[in-house]
Design a protein around this ligand. Structure first.
Ligand SMILES: *Cc1c(COP(=O)(O)O)cnc(C)c1O
Length: 446
């Protein structure tokens, strides 16, 4: 779990940092190593009560370990503890954040978007929907039933009407239904999900854009989980076409803390038209905007934000630039390949009923049974039995109709079916899926 070279790198970097403040009279905070040591040891003991998220045998929820460089850069910046609200609180880290935003914008084909980092995808989507509401007051926000659950709730927070559109059996927005809803009118923005959180389905963006344009409606892309896959080379043709259309949407959310190798606390919102910055204008008497240069707090809803998040992201981008066919994109391809191999292996066996082939790196699979109720009970037993073998999975409830569309022999005696779900978002999963599948196939359920 621990590579001690990381700690050596951090120590050397802290010396370099301290050198920059050498002119000041000596001052260092007091610390009683004995009491502090006792507390920290207790923290370490308490922290053992976690699933092994960093290990390839964790093949459950959407959790990915940060890159060591991100971890070191984040920790290093805590000795300064910059606040990216204002240049006065974090001059260096604000400059790094602006460079990070440039790289994220460029990844989607945007040269000068307005954007900034946020606490996460939910805050980033809140800002995107807030701008949507400012541009089209009172008009509906539309997202699919498989979109992230927070869109509906954020609309409640913002006082905007929300409407959900159904999906096809692969979990993508039903564009026929979207067309009918748009024809009814009173829609301001459509949210296209570029990789659903449940199954990794990518909404058909070219078709959504076409419909939205015909009705003069904006499009927001929620690419919190899937955005980085635009750099991958193994996408199937339809998925590729959807990612290629991203440069035409009005706003994008992407979470560096999902596939961008960052610690939690790093989302991002980007707007194609930088003039939406006008909505953010405020002149609070407490803020400390002391220069005419742009302070990130002038274009963000959150006030204090960790400069550390920008420092970590910037460091990771230097090591692993956002290039097609670069080391970073190969890591994404490894995840795609892991999911495909795992899906194929389950499909070839007789114990599971996999859902459609993965578009990204999430595989959803029911346990083979006669009835949906039995399949659900077995899924929960597989989940527990796998955990006792050190293999950690996740569960997801799907509408029985959706599972039966692929496995019509399954008799529906419940409305939903509890299935297993594996997010294979560590590149190492590529080398581990055979082993993971073997554990699953040999599980003894009692
Ligand atoms: C994770 C996710 C979110 C929410 O982001 P947080 O960073 O968890 O707040 C929103 N949309 C999608 C598609 C996601 O996968």
């Amino acid at each position: 779990m621990i590579n001690h070279r990381e700690l050596e790198l951090l120590k050397a970097a802290l010396d370099t940092l301290a050198e920059g403040y050498r002119e000041l009279p000596d001052f260092s905070p007091e610390l009683d190593p004995e009491t502090a040591g006792r507390v920290i040891d207790e923290v370490a003991r308490r922290m053992r009560d976690n699933y092994p998220y960093h290990h390839p045998l964790y093949a459950g929820q959407m959790l990915k370990p940060p890159h060591p460089v991100a971890r070191i850069a984040y920790a290093l910046s805590l000795w300064v503890n910059p606040n990216n609200h204002a240049l006065d609180g974090g001059r260096a880290s604000s400059a790094l954040e602006i460079e990070c935003i440039g790289a994220l914008g460029q990844m989607f084909g945007w040269r000068a978007p307005l954007g900034h980092l946020t606490g996460g995808g939910t805050m980033a989507n809140l800002e995107a929907l807030w701008v949507a509401g400012r541009l089209h007051p009172g008009k509906r926000i539309v997202a699919s039933t498989e979109a992230h659950y927070t869109h509906r709730r954020l609309c409640e927070v913002l006082g905007l009407p929300f409407a959900a559109v159904g999906t096809d059996s692969d979990g993508r927005m039903d564009v026929g239904e979207l067309g009918r809803l748009l024809a009814e009118g009173n829609v301001g923005s459509v949210v296209a999900t570029m990789g659903t959180t449940g199954s990794g389905a990518v909404d058909r963006l070219p078709r959504i854009l076409e419909l939205a344009r015909a009705h003069d409606v904006r499009v927001h892309a929620d690419a919190a989980y899937g955005g980085y896959f635009t750099l991958a080379s193994l996408l199937d043709a339809e998925t590729r076409a959807s990612f290629d259309a991203l440069s035409e949407v009005d706003s994008i959310v992407v979470d560096p803390h999902k596939h961008g190798l960052q610690p939690y606390g790093c989302g991002c919102v980007l707007f194609r038209d930088p003039t939406v910055g006008r909505f953010y204008r405020h002149d609070s008497p407490y803020t400390y905007f002391s220069s005419a240069e742009l302070h990130l707090g002038e274009i963000s809803l959150e006030c204090s934000r960790p400069g550390a998040a920008a420092v970590a992201l910037w460091a990771t981008q230097q090591l692993l630039p956002y290039e097609r066919d670069g080391a970073f994109s190969r890591m994404l391809d490894d995840c795609l390949q892991a999911a495909r191999d795992f899906h194929a292996r389950l499909e070839g066996g007789d114990r599971f009923l996999p859902m459609s082939a993965p578009e990204l790196d999430i595989v959803v699979y029911a346990v083979r049974a006669d009835r949906t109720s039995t399949a659900g009970n077995l899924a929960r037993r597989v989940f527990d039995a796998a955990a006792s073998e050190g293999l950690h999975l996740a569960l997801i409830d799907l509408p029985a109709d959706r599972v039966r569309a692929r496995h019509p022999d399954l008799v529906a005696d419940t409305e939903t079916v509890t299935c297993l779900r594996s997010v294979l978002m560590k590149p190492e999963h590529r080398d581990w899926v055979e082993r993971i599948a073997a554990i699953l196939e040999n599980l003894a359920l009692n």
